[in-house]
Ligand binder design. Structure first.
Ligand code: TMP
Length: 252
């Protein structure tokens, strides 16, 4: 981990220079933060599980025509990804009321939305990732109108696909956060899905019991966070049924 040149360290991941130009190695840490770094902790094994889960979901999305930054998983904690110019917005898609939407509008968590809602947040720790509209994004040139059309279309397709995929695993996809980036080739600029899709960036509830199987276990001190992530991985079929140790070398 220390031999390569570190490019960036985020709250849950570290980025290193990749072996070829235009590539990056994305390392998944066990560190967890919430409420913009006010709450900090470690969830043992989280990085290994998120690496696996995100790989699995991005491969599936790629297969159904959503371009992603994933090239391949390298080992238990690392994946090789395409270097992108990150668009500084978080795209949140919501199917059921939860989290900041419930707080902001005084709604009851768990209420179904009559249609999926797409929200945008400006990626800025200093400003606490404020809610913004497409008007801000285009006015400040964070993305063009054309790029935003692409981003919204892709986000809704991802929502449909992932909702079905999780449903098949006995899980309700309540909401999730996506990040997108640009890659430049000779004569075109392409928008691709970046970052990660994992229980850190999604709300996932058990279909029958509504038990939380995501980072809200850490945010709300519910306990058994690693076990919940492991359960998601197991249901998605990315952990062998018999495996009860997610740091097992066999996963490599
Ligand atoms: P929110 O309800 O707190 O706005 O979160 C919406 C979704 O976005 C939820 O699935 C968790 C995810 N999320 C992140 O991935 N990173 C963040 O920094 C925040 C605030 C939320």
């Amino acid at each position: 981990m220390t031999r390569r040149k570190q490019i960036y360290e985020g709250k849950a991941k570290v980025l290193f220079e990749g072996p070829e130009p235009g590539t990056i190695v994305q390392y998944f840490k066990d560190d967890a933060t919430a409420f913009n770094n006010k709450k900090k902790g470690t969830v043992t094994g989280k990085g290994v599980l998120n690496n696996r889960i995100s790989e699995h979901l991005m491969i599936k999305l790629n297969d159904m025509g959503i371009p992603t930054h994933l090239i391949k998983r390298l080992n238990m904690r690392e994946q090789l990804i395409k270097k992108v110019e990150i668009i500084p917005i978080e795209v949140v898609v919501r199917n059921i009321v939860a989290g900041s939407l419930a707080v902001r509008l005084g709604l009851k968590e768990g209420d179904k939305l009559s249609r999926s809602i797409v929200e945008f947040f400006y990626k800025s720790d200093e400003l606490n990732d404020p809610l913004i509209t497409e008007e801000h994004i285009t006015a400040f040139d964070w993305a063009s109108t054309y790029e935003m059309d692409e981003i919204v279309t892709m986000s809704l397709r991802i929502n449909d696909f992932l909702s079905g995929l999780f449903f098949g695993a006995g899980i309700k996809l309540i909401d999730f956060k996506l990040e997108f980036g640009r890659i430049y080739s000779k004569d075109e600029v392409k928008i691709i899905l970046a970052d990660e899709i994992s229980p850190d960036s999604c709300r996932l509830w058990d279909l029958k019991t509504d038990e939380k199987l995501d980072k809200d276990r850490f945010r709300r001190d519910l306990g058994n966070t690693a076990e919940a992530y492991q359960e998601v991985a197991r249901r998605l079929g990315v952990l062998p049924e018999s495996s009860n140790n997610f740091t097992d070398e066999k996963l490599n």
